[in-house]
Write a protein that binds this ligand. Sequence first.
Ligand SMILES: [Fe+2]
Ligand SMILES: [Fe+2]
Length: 331
Amino acid sequence: MRTRELLKLHNTGHPGINSLFAKAHSADWDFENDVDWRLPVDPDDSLVAHGWAAYGKTPTFQALPEPVKIHATRRAVGRMLNILQVGESVAQNVCAKLVLTLREEDYRNHAAAQAMDEARHHLAYCRFIDAMDEEVEDIDSGTEMMFDALLSMNDPLELIATEQFFLESFAMSIFEGLRQDATHPLLRRILELITRDESRHMGFGVLYIAEWMRRQPADRRIAFARQWMGQILGSLMDRPGPIMLARLVRRLHDAGVADAEVLAPQLLREQHEINAAELAEAASGVKVPHLLKSARRAGLLEPEILEALHLSSQPLIRGALRGSAETASHD
Ligand SMILES: [Fe+2]
Ligand SMILES: [Fe+2]
């Protein structure tokens, strides 16, 4: 890029996107002073309620001795925080690339502000992991491959669709779940502050995609929705299964449960029932997942698109449309 290209930067004038930059300042927080890092993180503290982790709500897990449950839950928390801390660094890279690639003043400004948020989130998660004072489990290869794919992208639409629109909507449900179930006040506080920033990031993704969709002919809108609705529905239906179970069995072993494998089929059966109940709840529209809310707000759930993709009667989508219609009528 040359100076001449920066001399008269064009602002799209989008009021929503321009206001995100102002909000990044008014809702700013200080990583050192707004979090009380003096709070101790005891080694025998599970940090979140046992029901948070995969299989944590099953009667078989609940019946295990308390020290075993603490070990398993804490390992699950450590693993998740490790994924989140590296995910923040990935997001920071994406934002840095967006600043260098985008030509619109307001889009660039949002990306610059988001890069600073992500730097702060990374520091907060890492500092909490340090306070836990234990080796955390490595990230899994699926997550690593997904991050690698994102890091290799260069096209702004692809970057924003993947990071701000898809991943940050997906992560929002993780942050909310962790924040609700966190029993440690320091962890809860960090998540509260981070979630506030993340909703702004997700907001940018939705507004950017909505603007892009508005300008596209029907066939491109449908092609875009086909790609992303596949990802969205796939990730919503991906519930704890055998891979998560293998991880739990290993943790139970580490905690001294000699016959952990014997419990496996029962845990799987019980978790299946929980998965089915949670999907039924999402289909009822009582609680619409962030991914589907973002899809609706960005224009991916418009009737002509759903018809073209044969998704008009898909239970989760019907639930999302029913849920948002009810929310709108209460506004
Ligand atoms: Fe973040
Ligand atoms: Fe973010």
